[in-house]
Design a protein around this ligand. Structure first.
Ligand code: FAD
Ligand code: NAP
Ligand code: SF4
Length: 699
């Protein structure tokens, strides 16, 4: 299964991670598998070169194996109309452009073959049973015996075409609630023929697919199975069924199992940042007793140190890092060379990857806006170094400073606070958002290695920029060619009678621990920050949940006999009584991320937060927060006094722009980015994107 290196040639930083791995006829140089992610570039012919460039960058970065997003084996299995597929010779020619580019850049690439079943966003879809998809609108056709055999054959055909197109392996998508998984689970398989009912019948579809694929590819061509090893849906598979399926997969010619956790409709979060790192590795480890082929662990594995730790336990052969390779394509090379502190670590926010994918937008990364834009957003070396001032070390300023310096510009960064990070440092204090500290670590290191002169505790004025006294340099050299204004935002203080009452504080004061907070709190504002702060207020001071507590809160069953491993959640009680109030009518948290919003909404519910919408704020006094409630038409219906010890204001932000006018009037070339540019709908994704783009646009 493995071909051990000699002790002398072992990587000194991560010896196990950089041990080669044999999967049938394919040798991987390391155990980092870039897991499958649909980017949106798979679907249109004209995006092929962009997709090839995206993979090539990851091949150069040292990924052991890249697995593509899912390509359908037939039209009824497409993720959406005209989505990526591999069904004929024309497709092969297109895929060749991808595999050639990856191989030219020293990489290896497997194609994922998928049939979306009831998860297809297409009117043509077919599925195992009659249960409709809760996440997509179209009705599906329940598969007839004839359609079942047709789909099985298409897997064989597509695998053959994939080998022809130069892929190094195929991965069969058997998890996440797609068609194969739909056959495996009673949750979606209500058939009464030989494809449903007993375990053997439900597993027949996958077994036949494996046999068919094996028949159509060379003997040494690797087949990887993405197997669901915890469905997290009611009536999901039991452990015995999963173990049996793994054994059958090996028996019929699968060469490695890439483990998969949770369906898209699961009520247990599986990849958001608040899921503890490696929460599901133990499921993969359990499979070790069942099969001898390589096992790949996945979900929330985002650093080489953590990956090495998993491999050290000796029950898993490789790790899947999908989003981490979006965030930093050079992750493997940096780890190999002992530069792990330079890695831009995925923070599990989903904001530019999965949240985009689920609304049909092209996938990118909050931390790395170049992801998916490798050919258009480039940071090539400048031919004429300019002296650049960046004012503000929040995400926008940090991205601008580092990107400009990487291009060879002489950059000075000014920050009023004593540390870098801006509002993002406040975010990092929120329970379940500890990963955000990795971004601060990344930028700290990048500023260092790219020789950015950092002035902390320095609130610069326009005069200091104009006369050059802000700069480290002297004389003419102190003048700046460009000034990037990234001064960000400040919390909005709404005009409410009594807003200056001592019980009132901003979200920044609350989260940074500047003020004592009582046991009963009203939060004004239910946007992203309102939700975060509410979650912060309901837990105690050391909020990071250990895995056991997290499983208890979300209802992950310890009992392997329970189908789907779903049990009743038992949340820890809240440490404060919290009210979350907004002026808008309707459900709170509508603007939260597509793939993360439901987790936040469920969390505040489990912490018994009282959510009040359609309220207006009348007064804050010693009695608490006085509000008026309104009906749908906006007419007042009732008044209430929320008897609280504190009111925390999360009512949005306003731009800090005091430097813009004086510098522009003085004729300085200024670029205004991030919150300083526009406070509404600001998030770190836009801040970092604007910072990177402004640096890329410098001459
Ligand atoms: P800021 O972060 O405001 O940074 C501006 C910096 O400029 C500050 O450090 C300030 O001190 C400095 N500055 C201002 N004036 C001067 C001056 N004259 N001289 C020198 N320095 C100056 N976003 C997300 O995308 N996802 C999240 O999950 C998320 N969660 C959040 C949770 C919380 C609790 C909070 C508070 C924010 C969250 N955000 C999140 C929002 C995100 O942090 C902001 O959108 C982002 O920080 C804005 O970046 P910025 O660089 O434009 O501004
Ligand atoms: P936001 O999402 O725009 O919410 C602002 C809240 O303040 C709203 O609930 C709004 O509700 C209320 N509000 C606005 N003006 C008010 C006023 N004058 N008086 C009283 N209430 C007022 O902004 P945010 O919560 O400050 O978040 C800032 C950004 O950070 C957002 O764009 C968000 O995307 C990002 N963020 C993202 C996440 C994430 O998980 N992805 C988490 C945190 C933050 P009403 O107008 O109905 O009262
Ligand atoms: Fe990771 Fe967020 Fe980037 Fe997605 S957008 S890859 S979750 S950092």
């Amino acid at each position: 299964m493995t071909s051990p290196t000699t002790p002398a040639s072992r990587n000194q930083h991560y010896p196990l991670l950089f041990e080669p791995l044999q999967i049938n006829g394919l040798t991987l140089p390391n155990r980092i598998v870039m897991g499958s992610m649909h980017t949106g570039l798979e679907d249109r012919l004209w995006d092929t070169d962009k997709l090839a460039a995206y993979y090539a960058e990851r091949a150069r970065g040292g990924a052991g194996l890249i697995i593509t997003g899912g390509f359908a084996t037939t039209r009824t299995g497409q993720l959406l109309p005209f989505a990526g597929k591999i069904t004929n010779r024309v497709d092969v020619a297109r895929h060749r452009r991808i595999t050639d580019e990856v191989h030219r850049n020293g990489g290896r690439i497997a194609i994922q073959l998928i049939h979306a079943g009831r998860y297809g966003y297409t009117p043509l879809k077919v599925a195992a049973g009659s249960e409709p998809s809760p996440i997509h609108p179209f009705k599906h056709l329940k598969m007839t015996e004839q359609i079942i055999w047709h789909v099985i054959r298409t897997f064989g055909q597509s695998a053959k075409l994939a080998e022809k197109a130069g892929y190094d392996a195929v991965e069969l998508m058997g998890g996440e609630g797609y068609l194969i998984n739909q056959f495996l689970c009673p949750h979606t398989n209500d058939r009464t023929d030989k494809w449903g009912g007993s375990t053997e019948n439900r597993q027949r579809f996958l077994v036949e697919i494996i046999k068919e694929v094996r028949k159509h590819v060379s003997a040494d061509f690797p087949i990887i199975l993405r197997q669901s090893i915890a469905d997290f849906v009611k009536n999901g598979q039991t452990w015995d069924e999963i173990a049996l399926m793994a054994r059958k997969a090996q028996e019929h010619g699968v060469d490695a199992i890439n483990t998969d956790i949770g369906w898209h409709e699961a009520g247990i979060p599986t990849i958001v940042t608040s899921v503890p790192r490696g929460a599901f590795v133990k499921f993969t480890e359990r499979l070790r007793d069942e099969v001898s082929i390589p096992l790949i662990a996945s979900n929330r594995i985002n650093t080489p140190d953590f990956a090495e730790e998993i491999l050290e336990r000796g029950r898993v052969d490789a790790v899947s890092m999908a989003r981490p390779m979006l965030a930093d394509p050079d992750l493997p090379n940096k780890a190999r060379d002992g530069r792990a502190d330079e890695i831009n670590t995925c923070i599990g926010c989903n904001q530019a990857c999965l949240d985009h994918a689920f609304v049909g937008k092209k996938v990118s990364c909050l931390l790395n806006p170049r992801a998916g834009r490798e050919t258009t957003l480039t940071l090539g070396a400048t031919r004429r170094a300019r002296h650049v001032a960046v004012i503000g070390a929040g995400p926008a300023g940090l991205a601008a400073a580092v990107s400009a310096a990487q291009r060879g510009h002489r950059v000075e960064l000014f920050e009023a606070g004593e540390s870098i990070g801006g509002q993002f440092s406040i975010a990092a204090r929120i329970p379940g958002k500890e990963e955000f500290n990795e971004t601060i670590r990344y930028y700290t290191r990048q500023l260092e290695i790219n020789n950015v002169a950092v002035h902390l505790g320095k609130r610069v004025s326009a005069e200091e920029i104009l006369d050059g006294s802000a700069s480290n340099a002297k004389g003419d050299k102190a003048k700046f060619d460009d000034v990037i204004i990234a001064t960000g935002v400040t919390p909005r203080i709404p005009d409410i009678p009594g807003i200056d009452h001592p019980m009132v504080m901003t979200y920044a004061d609350a989260v940074l621990g500047h003020r004592e907070i009582g046991k009963r709190v009203a939060v004004i504002g239910a946007g992203g920050i309102g939700f975060d702060v509410t979650e912060f207020l309901t837990v105690d001071e050391s909020p990071t949940l250990n895995l056991k507590e997290w499983e208890q809160e979300w209802g992950v069953s310890e009992d392997l006999g329970v189908p789907g491993f779903v049990t009743k959640p038992r949340p820890l009680p809240p440490v404060r009584e919290v009210y979350m109030v907004q002026r808008k009518p309707g459900r709170q948290g509508k603007t939260l991320g597509k793939t993360t919003g439901w987790v936040h909404r469920a969390t505040v519910k489990m912490k018994q937060v009282e959510q009040i919408s359609a309220a207006s704020y009348d007064l804050i006094d010693d009695a608490g927060l006085h509000i008026t409630l309104h009906d749908k038409e906006g007419n007042p219906t009732d008044t209430r006094v929320l008897e609280v010890d504190n009111v925390v204001v999360c009512a949005g932000q306003e731009s800090v722009r005091e430097l813009v006018d004086p510098l522009t009037v003085a004729g300085i070339t200024t670029h205004v980015i991030g919150g300083a540019d526009l406070a509404s709908e600001l998030d770190a994704k836009r801040a970092i994107r604007q910072g990177t783009e402004v640096a890329a646009a410098l001459p």
